[in-house]
Design a protein around this ligand. Structure first.
Ligand code: SF4
Ligand code: SF4
Ligand code: SF4
Ligand code: FES
Length: 948
């Protein structure tokens, strides 16, 4: 499957549904297009390409290069076709002798100040300037190359992924406009005037030190090699392209993986990608070098004890050893003494196979997934209130939102492409309310100012959501018609009475929230009366002892204002990992088969038993925390982990380590020796998303293809490794391609009934549920009625977490992500993204730092009731006094050694977002850090024996 280069129609589309149609004639041919379309686009749509340099169909027309001139009958002069809209009856000529002469003259001027090194230029053959010189027939430059020019200027090579060579810049402003209009960072300007005009990053800084977030939109926009990927210079221009999906976050951007032979040259975001529309962030576009990293493990390894060095073995030996160990453990300790974990980084097909292996092969339901520690409350909360365990909208829905309520999410760092999309809507005039203890980017950034920032104390989401509901109900702002028509009225009345009590008013809870009551009232009024209100939330909502309650409180708020069931509104969980939605859909929880059907349901079980040819366990299995508890109790002895690093990602790391250390066979399947592998007995090397076929499901329920662009360096795709294990257990699986696994998923899962690789190829992607009437899927859920029938209002009483600050631990720690890193950092730390975030930092307000005699950059000891770690201090007023914040991307810090085992009452999702801590100066690493470093040293000892 190869696409190379995408058609650029010159200017953006005008929505056909809203505009009248206009017919004009171009070069003697009639063409009909929506009113407002440019002549350039109309011509391109009929197959006539007018020469252009400053125009691109993802940017507003600018009209600076004067190459796209046309003649229009009855009009004087030569207007630019990119900035001139079509009109009924207009007669346009695009190729007259006068136009040819003018264009040649323009090109001549450009080329007279451009290095003539096309043959050695990295963009040779992939350069619009070169193409246009050919298109206008330029053969000679009359002016010579003497005199003043821009041909001697230093290249800015500071960015690890791309260079800026100003000698090749034609000052077309495409980069500046891409940064403003697409990315929304406003990092670039054209500095100076006339001859002195030049592209400048921030205040004439180099790219790396500037505000640039390295999204690459400017590089993609540049028509020359002034902005150029370093990899193109190193490898050469690509010769084929494969469409695939990013393996980082839940936005699910699709890319053209551009290849030269077996080598990946660059990732270009795909214009037809329905989640990203041709945009990307630094991770998806540039941070894929980990696939070739020297630390990648490519041969299977085993060891008897976690204190032994690893021994490289053949695949046959590794698989046989694993199966014999699991069988031995089951014979000795019982069928339920082993289990496994699926990964939200792996494909749907791989996840489905892991849970199948456990249910069919292990004979129990001891399967869990990393969604347990992030969005399991979303599953519980939204199924209870609406009837479906997923967000209600597609990303494009935000284009129709008037008020965005963002709570516990930081899209510009964690879901960057959607963050940029949201910023575009805000610049068009939508309003945003941000509830977050930190002053995130969307509170204030260039051309963005939140209507309200509610910096609530960590752990008080429910209090805020209920106080907002109090205002809406008591001030008569509830949408009663909607509620009567769509929701259970009796339940609503009970809930309305509950939220109306005085003790839930913004005034009553002001001391608890730490936010002025008037601000909460104003935010609630705005949300209820400002037009289409959409709620977006993230882990700052779910990762709490009341995570599930907070999700239900969000659903209540959406229903009471009539904001579910049409574009522009809804409840939108921003999923963390690339396939966290998919791993949940695929039956990765111990109580559910794929499609969220309970294992105790005889009818569902009978269907799976028939398909899989064995009796299945009707008892829900153990959650990950229960597996670890059972391990320390000596009754759980074996674990298969695919693509997860629970030691770094799960809370209370010392408890995780203790549980793992008690097991007799831990099998780790991953790319690198991660922290969990330090406790493993078998290591099965995994494959990257570049090396396999499959699908990921993004935060909008969009199922998209992952396509193999190169051979697996370890020899097998991850699903093939699971099949090897299954067959060694005697299960007789015969999949020869990932598509056959999806066919089985579709057969056994009603919401996936119409999903197949062929259907995805046909439509580009499918948003489940796909139905006969809507084979492409369902962008907006719950349109006429909720999936469960009537929407359910649930009373969500505030129960304070047991984790309180006090004299010993006076600060509240909350955790999150940073743009350049991803999750436990296993991939991004092995790329040049470390240029932006080489270590985890602890953010602290200047008052708190001063009280402790601490300065910016000091090493500090972070201590909680659970554990302690050391890291460096970042003194900033981004966090409120009393709150500290850190990320969890680096194993050396292991921030989760301080997080507690407190978890959500309904789902056991850990309370990462509230930990009472103390911070003090330190003079060295903690004992735990020393121990972990030593474990890492042991685990890195590998006896290399020739593998098969
Ligand atoms: S890489 Fe992105 S953020 Fe940086 S200057 Fe270019 S467009 Fe702007
Ligand atoms: S760097 Fe490229 S996109 Fe930017 S102004 Fe120069 S030529 Fe145009
Ligand atoms: S926004 Fe997410 S899916 Fe898109 S490129 Fe970045 S990490 Fe990948
Ligand atoms: S493309 Fe129209 S003026 Fe540059």
């Amino acid at each position: 499957m190869a696409w190379l280069g995408e058609l650029d129609l010159g200017t953006p589309a005008v929505p056909a549904s809203t505009a009248a149609q206009v017919t004009l004639t171009i070069d003697g041919e009639p063409v009909t297009v929506p009113e407002g379309t440019s002549i350039m686009r109309a011509a391109a749509l009929m197959g006539t390409s007018i020469p252009k340099l400053c125009a691109s169909d993802n940017l507003a027309a600018f009209g600076s290069c004067r190459l796209c001139l046309v003649e229009i009958e009855g009009r004087a002069g030569y207007p630019a076709s990119c900035t001139t809209p079509v009109a009924n009856g207009m007669v346009v000529q695009t190729q007259t002798s006068k136009l040819k002469q003018l264009r040649k003259g323009v090109m001549e001027l450009y080329i007279s100040d451009h290095p003539l090194d096309c043959l050695t230029c990295p963009a040779n053959g992939d350069c619009e300037l070169q193409d246009m010189a050919g298109a206008v027939g330029l053969r000679d430059v009359r002016y010579g190359f003497e005199g003043q020019n821009h041909l001697v200027q230093p290249t800015d090579a500071s960015n690890p992924y791309f260079d800026f060579d100003p000698t090749k810049c034609i000052v077309c402003s495409r980069c500046v406009r891409a940064c403003d209009e697409v990315q929304g960072t406003f990092a670039l300007t054209i500095d100076g005037r006339g001859f002195d005009s030049k592209v400048s990053a921030s205040q004439n800084e180099d790219f790396l030190s500037s505000e640039c977030v390295s999204c690459g939109a400017c590089v993609q926009a540049c028509p020359t090699s002034a902005l150029q990927e370093k990899k193109v210079a190193e490898i050469g221009t690509p010769d084929r392209a494969v469409i695939t999906t990013c393996a980082y976050c839940g936005v699910g951007c699709t890319f053209r993986a551009e290849m030269r032979g077996e080598e990946l040259v660059r990732m270009i975001p795909w214009k037809d990608g329905k989640a990203n529309h041709g945009h990307s962030c630094v991770k998806g576009r540039f941070a894929w070098g980990y696939a070739q990293h020297q630390q990648r493990i490519l041969n299977p390894m085993i060891r008897k004890s976690i204190n032994d060095p690893w021994r490289e073995v053949s695949w046959d030996e590794a698989i046989a050893y694993t199966v014999s160990e699991f069988k031995r453990i089951q014979e000795k300790y019982g069928v339920r003494a082993i289990g496994g974990l699926t990964s939200s980084r792996c494909t749907n097909e791989e996840t489905f196979l892991v849970q199948k292996l456990i249910r069919q092969g292990f004979g129990n339901n001891n399967v869990d997934t990393c969604a347990r520690v992030c969005h399991s409350p979303t599953g519980y909360g939204l199924s209870t209130t609406f009837g479906t365990s997923a967000g209600t909208q597609d990303f494009d829905s935000v284009d129709q939102s008037d008020v965005i309520f963002l709570i516990g999410a930081n899209p510009t760092d964690a879901h960057p492409v959607f963050g940029s999309h949201m910023k575009q809507r805000l610049r068009q005039g939508a309003k945003i309310i941000v509830a977050d203890p930190r002053r995130i980017d969307l509170v204030r950034s260039p051309h963005i100012e939140a209507a309200h920032h509610l910096p609530i104390r960590p752990g008080t989401n429910i209090v805020l959501l209920t106080a907002m509901a109090h205002v809406i109900v008591t001030e008569g702002l509830a949408d009663e018609d909607y509620i009567r028509a769509r929701c259970d009225w009796d339940e609503y009345q009970d809930w309305a009475a509950f939220v109306s009590e005085r003790e839930r008013s913004p005034e009553a809870v002001e001391p608890l929230l730490g936010v002025p009551a008037e601000e909460v009232r104003a935010a609630a009024r705005l949300f209820a009366t400002g037009g289409n209100g959409a709620i977006y939330y993230g882990l700052g909502v779910t990762e709490h002892s009341q995570g599930s309650s907070a999700v239900m409180a969000i659903a209540n708020l959406a229903m009471v204002t009539g904001n579910v069931g049409r574009p522009g509104v809804g409840v939108n969980p921003l999923r963390g990992q690339n396939n966290v939605q998919g791993s949940c859909d695929m039956g990765s929880f111990p109580h559910e088969f794929s499609g969220y059907r309970h294992v105790s349901d005889p009818e569902t079980r009978a269907m799976f038993e028939k398909a899989w040819g064995r009796e299945l366990d009707p008892e829900p299995g153990l959650r990950i925390n229960n597996m670890l508890d059972a391990a320390t109790d000596g009754v759980f002895k074996g674990l298969f982990v695919q693509g997860e690093d629970i030691l770094q990602s799960d809370p209370d790391a010392q408890h995780v380590a203790a549980g793992l250390a008690e097991m007799e066979c831990v099998v780790m399947q991953d790319l690198f020796l991660n922290e969990t592998a330090n406790y493993a007995h078998v290591f099965l090397p995994g494959s990257t998303f570049l090396e396999k076929d499959g699908t990921f499901t993004n935060a909008e329920r969009r199922v998209q293809r992952v396509r193999r662009v190169m051979k697996p360096r370890n020899g097998y795709a991850d699903w093939e490794i699971v099949q090897l294990l299954a067959n060694a257990m005697g299960l007789n699986w015969n999949y020869t391609h990932a598509s056959q696994i999806m066919d089985e998923i579709a057969l056994l899962t009603p919401t996936f009934r119409r999903v197949s690789f062929d259907a995805i190829d046909q439509y580009g992607s499918l948003q489940w549920p796909a139905t006969d009437e809507h084979p492409e899927g369902t962008p907006t859920m719950h349109i006429d009625h909720f999936v469960r029938g009537k929407g359910k209002f649930v009373v969500t009483d505030y129960v304070p977490t047991d984790e309180r600050s006090g004299p010993r631990f006076p600060l509240l720690l909350t955790t999150g992500r940073i743009l350049s890193q991803y999750n436990v950092g296993a991939q991004t730390r092995r790329t040049d993204n470390v240029a932006w975030h080489p270590e985890d930092l602890l953010e602290m307000h200047p008052h708190d730092a001063e009280n402790r005699g601490l300065k910016d950059g000091d090493w500090v000891r972070l201590t909680s009731r659970t554990g302690e770690t050391t890291l460096r201090l970042d003194v900033t007023d981004r966090v409120a006094p009393g709150v500290v914040y850190t990320t969890f991307h680096h194993p050396d810090t292991q921030a989760n050694v301080v997080t507690t085992d407190i978890s959500d009452w309904a789902t056991n999702c850990p309370e990462y977002k509230v930990t009472a801590v103390q911070v003090a100066p330190t003079n060295g690493p903690t004992k735990w850090q020393e121990e972990m470093r030593e474990r890492g040293r042991i685990s890195r000892r590998i006896e290399t024996v020739a593998a098969e």
